[in-house]
Design a binder for this molecule. Structure first.
Ligand code: SF4
Ligand code: SF4
Length: 308
């Protein structure tokens, strides 16, 4: 069945307007759900699953127990006037507990939208984004995980004269990335670490495909910025940076790098999802450490800057 471009449906978990990050000018950021990687430092854990999820903001919860009372599947338990637990395996996402909560502590993450519905949101900002040379950036999660939706949304934005950008981890089939590239002006391409064993250990995924896709993409696309999340003790050693420089030197046209220092802004979201934060206690890199890494990359002849 061939769908009209605007009817294509995707799973979106956030839309942010008036952003000055992730591409030139004023941008709308559209975040798609699902990601094949499980980076231990992920600041959007609610983006990882390819399903709608229910999250609970424990800061707002007063332990009244109304959600547990109303749940037809006994997926929630409250004990001694305190919220105790939520079992996602028992939940069928009926939404009754969300309606019952007097403190708006519960909500769904992820909703299905057509390209046309996303475009309705995007066009509202179009005068600003066009005038500023801005546009749309797809992030996630991983946009290439919903390739038809991503492609069709980008193509519609392009038709409206908007600049289009995609942030990707590159872990996808080449035909999907190639197809998306035909509607993308700028790629923000994440390289987490070059060493394959470390990559597997910290993201759960082999990076062979990611590096291969980067080399292929560089042959057909001329605006790629490599993004390097700087995570202390994981990818900040002299060897790690040396590997990155060697990799980029070997790929023609790749000379822009953005370093993204590790931060803990996503930590509270793990509790909302009922998960443990995997990097508990890890310190964020100091300003001088970040500066040093940026300078090391610059001394390798690359255009490198820090990105927040
Ligand atoms: S969404 Fe429905 S099934 Fe899931 S926890 Fe809430 S009330 Fe229970
Ligand atoms: S209904 Fe809301 S405030 Fe009451 S226990 Fe459930 S999540 Fe907490």
């Amino acid at each position: 069945l061939l769908l009209n471009r605007t009817e294509q449906e995707g799973l979106v978990f956030d839309i942010q307007r008036y952003s000055l990050h992730d591409g030139p000018g004023i941008r709308v950021l559209v975040f798609l759900k699902s990601c094949p990687l499980r980076c231990l430092w992920c600041s959007n854990p609610e983006s990882q699953s390819n399903r709608v999820e229910l999250i609970v903001d424990l800061q707002r919860c007063r332990g009244c127990g109304l959600c547990a009372e109303i749940c037809p599947h006994r997926a929630i338990s409250c004990e001694d006037d305190r919220y105790a637990s939520y079992d996602a395996a028992l939940c069928d996402l009926c939404g009754l507990c969300i309606q019952a909560c007097p403190n708006r502590a519960r909500r769904f993450v992820g909703w299905r939208m057509t390209v046309s519905q996303v475009m309705d949101e995007v066009v509202r900002d179009m005068p600003f984004s066009r005038r500023s040379g801005g546009g749309i950036t797809l992030g996630g999660g991983e946009p290439t995980g919903q390739p038809e939706f991503a492609h069709d949304l980008l193509a519609c934005c392009r038709e409206q004269g908007m600049h289009t950008a995609v942030e990707t981890c590159g872990s996808c089939g080449w035909p999907d990335l190639e197809d998306i590239s035909t509607a993308t002006d700028l790629f923000l391409y994440d390289i987490k670490v070059v060493d394959p064993a470390k990559h597997m250990q910290f993201t759960g995924v082999d990076n062979h495909l990611i590096l291969d896709n980067l080399a292929r993409l560089a042959r057909i696309h001329n605006d790629i910025v490599v993004r390097y999340p700087l995570v202390p003790g994981f990818n900040d050693s002299a060897d790690d940076i040396g590997d990155l420089l060697n990799l980029l030197k070997g790929v023609h046209g790749l000379n822009k790098v953005e370093v993204l220092p590790y931060h803990r802004f996503g930590e509270s979201k793990y509790a909302m999802l009922g998960r443990e934060y995997p990097l508990k206690g890890l310190e964020v890199p100091s300003e001088s450490e970040v500066k040093e890494i940026v300078e090391q990359i610059q001394s390798g002849g690359l255009d490198c800057r820090e990105q927040h």
